[in-house]
Each structure stands twice: as structure tokens, then as C-alpha cells.
Write a protein that binds this ligand. Structure first.
Ligand SMILES: [Zn+2]
Length: 317
């Protein structure tokens, strides 16, 4: 019986400084300190060094990547190195709207592409940054009156510029349940028609208004597969900023195996025993989702429970 692994994107080594970031004077000091570091986001990608670390910049250099004024968002204090005597460093992030020549030739990589190659700490910082910047990019106007919005709390809130409205909003996250359904010695994986060929994953869907998490699990599984589930067990959560989800992972037991695809969301769903799963992966008829994803963690939990060799060890053979 193996230990459950840590879920990717859950090993932050930064302090968001949530109590300090609303102090405009303190933020102004951090912005002008020559110790502070800056990180840029462009077309859903980050600046990365050749040896796969985040490429932090000083403010002057960072601003050469952008033609227009940069609106920096305060991210927090980050432990940049593991050496002793290195105090945490303030880091700001921003999205480039109008690129310069320097931007075009730099090394940009998406979080999905490099998430497993950079350190877990760096990956977690980029997940946070991407989530916050995504929220800004889709919230440029007040949802009540349509006026422009202005930054507050160093980018952790927006306020409507219309004095009569002055509505304030905060970064939001959309909860989604993701479930590995078990029946006897098999687990259920499904695929949507739009996915890459042979890609199968756990069943998932957004939590609806006024719904608790277990109700969302039962509803989503029934809509997608017609199965009734019991013994719903929470496994853990994962921020997934594509664009702004929080994935809530569950294991659940199905009371039977017969499926009906009520909502048409799935093109196909199949039960796999451990042997069938390994055979399907090796003959190419099954592609599991990235081992970054909580879907993979759920499958691996199930697989490892009854195997001397972990799923990842099998797949790396
Ligand atoms: Zn407004």
C-alpha cells in the first residue's frame, strides 16, 4: 500500500502578505526597492531561463518588454534561493499588452509545457500569477454599470471608477468537482469528443449555484454517465488557472456498471482494471492526462492501492 502523493501546484513557498498589500505606501516602497523582482506574462506564457527557472527581472529591464505602462500586481514575498541568510524578496507580476522587439526574441514557455520541469515551488508561484492575471484580463469593466475599473490592494481588488457605483470586486475562483468513480476492481475514465485522440480522464464539472460538493459529484456523474455513486471521499484540491478553476478531487463508488450518457458531454467512457489500464496505455489506446493534473493523481491513488509498483513507475519503464 503506497502513500498518496502531494498534488501538483500545492507547494507554495511564498507569503502573499495579504495584511500588508493594502498599504499603498508599503507597496510603493516595494516597487522602488532595488531588491524587488518582477515577472512577466505574455500570451499565456512566462519568461524562463535556459536551465528552466523562472526568469525574474529588475524593474527597468522588465519595463523594456512593454510599450505601454505596466500595471504591476503585488504577488508576495518569495524565497528565491535556498541559501541561508537570504531574506524573502518581494515579487510583482504583470501581463504584457503591447510587446517590444525584446519580448519577441525572449524564451517564453507555458505553464502546461514546463509545469513538471520547473521546481514545484516555481510552478505554484506561476499558477498563482497566471490565475490573478487572467482575472484582470477578463475584468476590465464594472459588471454593475460598465464603467472602467481601477486597481486596489496592489491588484488584489478592483473598484469601479464611477463614484456613484464604486462597486468593489475581488479575484474569483470557480470550483469544479473531479471524480474517479470505482466499481469493484475497475475505475471509470471518460473522453469528450473535442479531446486529443485516445485521451481519457476522470469525470468533472463545475459546481452549480446553491449546490454542496457531494451533490455536485452525484449530479455530474449521473448526467455524464447515468451512474449512481455512494461513498464519496474527498481527496484534495488543486488550483487550475486555465482560466480560473479550483479542482476539488473525489473518489466515489458506483452502485452498478451500466452507463447512459444523458447529457452527451462524453463521447465514450470505459471501465479499466489495473491490468487493462496498463495494457491500454502500452498499446496506445489510452492516453492519461498530464501527471500535473489532479485527474492523474486520482488515477494513481486508485492504482497504487493494490499494486507493489506505482503507476508512475510502470509508465516510466
Ligand atoms: Zn460600476
Amino acid at each position: 500500500m503506497s502513500m498518496k502523493k502531494d498534488i501538483c501546484f500545492t507547494s507554495a513557498n511564498f507569503d502573499r502578505k495579504a495584511l500588508k498589500r493594502s498599504d499603498d505606501n508599503w507597496i510603493a516602497e516595494q516597487l522602488t526597492s532595488d531588491k524587488t523582482l518582477f515577472l512577466l506574462f505574455w500570451r499565456n506564457k512566462f519568461l524562463i531561463t535556459d536551465d528552466l527557472n523562472i526568469r525574474f527581472l529588475d524593474k527597468t529591464t522588465a519595463e523594456q518588454f512593454c510599450r505601454n505602462t505596466i500595471h504591476w500586481k503585488y504577488l508576495g514575498e518569495v524565497d528565491i534561493t535556498e541559501e541561508d541568510n537570504n531574506a524573502p524578496i518581494s515579487v510583482f507580476g504583470a501581463e504584457i499588452i503591447e510587446a517590444t522587439e525584446i519580448t519577441e526574441i525572449a524564451n517564453w514557455q507555458s505553464l502546461r509545457a514546463i509545469g513538471l520541469q520547473i521546481t514545484p515551488h516555481d510552478a505554484n508561484l506561476l499558477v498563482y500569477t497566471q490565475g490573478l492575471l487572467n482575472w484582470h484580463s477578463i475584468n476590465r469593466f464594472c459588471s454593475h454599470c460598465g464603467s472602467a475599473v481601477e486597481h486596489k490592494q496592489a491588484g488584489h481588488a478592483l473598484i469601479c471608477s464611477n463614484e456613484n457605483c464604486a462597486k468593489e470586486v475581488f479575484p474569483r475562483t470557480d470550483p469544479a468537482v473531479i471524480v474517479l468513480v470505482h466499481h469493484l476492481d475497475a475505475c471509470l475514465l471518460g473522453r469528450a469528443a473535442s479531446w486529443p485522440e485516445n485521451m481519457f480522464s476522470c469525470l468533472a464539472g463545475f459546481v452549480e449555484t446553491g449546490e454542496d460538493l457531494k451533490a455536485a459529484v452525484r449530479r455530474e456523474i449521473f448526467e455524464e454517465s447515468g451512474l449512481i455513486v455512494s461513498e464519496i471521499e474527498y481527496r484534495g484540491s488543486q488550483p487550475w488557472p486555465f482560466p480560473q478553476s479550483l479542482m476539488l478531487g473525489f473518489h466515489a463508488q458506483a452502485t452498478n456498471k451500466e452507463m447512459t450518457f444523458h447529457d452527451g458531454e462524453l463521447q465514450e467512457a470505459r471501465w479499466f482494471t489495473r491490468q487493462q489500464l496498463l495494457a491500454a496505455v502500452s498499446d496506445g489506446s489510452l492516453k492519461l492526462s498530464s501527471s500535473l493534473s489532479i485527474s492523474y493523481h486520482l488515477v494513481e491513488d486508485w492504482f497504487n492501492q493494490n499494486s507493489d509498483i506505482t503507476l508512475t513507475e510502470h509508465l516510466n519503464r
